[in-house]
Design a protein around this ligand. Structure first.
Ligand SMILES: [Zn+2]
Length: 109
């Protein structure tokens, strides 16, 4: 069983052709939309690459079950989900936990 515990192992995985192929399959399946935004009724897609500019990367293909703990699910399409950068960060706990105040849904109208 291949393991993805270290940064080097993960890097190697994310550079592999197998991952690239599966990632594309996930994007096509998810219609190149963030699946969490979709649940909220929003459409978030990758920005169009403009000539001479670096493309903003908006969408990530995320493992629902992380490869570190579930290496056997690393190349399982059903374990993949297209997420925007924002929701990817939320899922990884990079947004929650930094501040206890919720920024987006505590406004009373
Ligand atoms: Zn999103």
């Amino acid at each position: 069983m291949t393991e993805y515990k270290t940064e080097a192992q993960k890097k190697k995985f994310y550079r592999s052709g197998d991952w690239e192929t599966l990632r594309q399959q996930a994007l096509v399946r998810d219609n190149f939309e963030c699946q969490w935004c979709k649940k909220e009724g929003k459409v978030t897609v990758d920005s169009i690459k403009e000539e001479g500019k670096r493309k903003d990367i908006v969408l990530n293909v995320d493992h629902k079950y992380g490869i570190e703990n579930y290496p056997q699910l690393a190349l399982v399409l059903n374990n993949l989900e297209t997420l925007c950068v924002y929701h990817h960060n939320v899922k990884e706990g990079r947004v929650f936990g930094q501040t206890k105040k919720k920024k987006w849904d505590d406004e009373k109208w």
